[in-house]
Design a protein around this ligand. Structure first.
Ligand SMILES: [Mn+2]
Length: 200
């Protein structure tokens, strides 16, 4: 893993018996993603996340999807979390908190973030369907939980309502992008790190 200079950007190469992943994440990007994974629905969600967060994201992932997409989705969450943490460095000048609601037609999702250096994940979501295409909706929990854990952020995700599972998950990933963008944005009034402890 390498934080690339003064830019808030980091890369990781992670290989296990289950997956082989190269991922680069930039906090201050242009909203453009390059995604090569064998999980099309996750590609769709990461594309939205990147666009709405104005990040840069490049992912190349090979995984044991002959079993199922579990390891690939989980491990991309791990890699994204680790690069996010690395890219933010000492978190100097960031807003730290964000609370974002995003509608997607009939669905409403809320994502609340504290870039706290304390991993915590709360998730309230009940989907009408357990699958979107070949994607298991239970993997949304796995992905977000590993992201929060490895990024060491406090992440609360609430899907208030909705009828279409695709819409509901899409609203979550858009809200995640917007909330993470706001929480990591630099507030010029903040000197040092935004914590009375003096460190995050
Ligand atoms: Mn869609």
């Amino acid at each position: 893993m390498a934080n690339q200079g003064s830019e808030r950007r980091a890369s990781i190469s992670r290989k296990t018996n289950e997956t082989d992943i190269q991922l680069t994440f930039g906090v201050d990007g242009t909203g453009v993603s390059e995604l090569e994974t064998d999980v099309p629905f996750l590609n769709h969600m990461l594309d939205l996340f990147t666009k709405h967060g104005q990040f840069d994201l490049k992912v190349t992932a090979k995984g044991d999807i002959e079993i199922d997409d579990h390891h690939t989705v989980e491990d991309i969450g791990i890699c994204l979390g680790q690069t996010l943490r690395e890219a933010l460095g000492d978190k100097r000048g960031i807003k730290r908190y964000a609370n974002v609601f995003i509608p997607m037609d009939e669905a409403l999702a809320q994502v609340v973030i504290d870039v706290s250096n304390r991993p915590h994940f709360e998730y309230r979501a009940e989907y009408p369907s357990s699958q979107v295409g070949s994607f298991s909706t239970e993997m949304v929990h796995e992905f977000l939980w590993k992201l929060a854990l490895e990024a060491r952020i406090t992440l609360h995700v609430i899907v208030h309502y909705g009828q279409n599972t695709h819409h509901m998950i899409e609203a979550v990933f858009k809200a995640l992008g917007r909330a993470l963008d706001e929480a990591t944005s630099i507030d010029p009034r903040v000197t040092g790190v935004p914590s009375t402890k003096g460190v995050l």
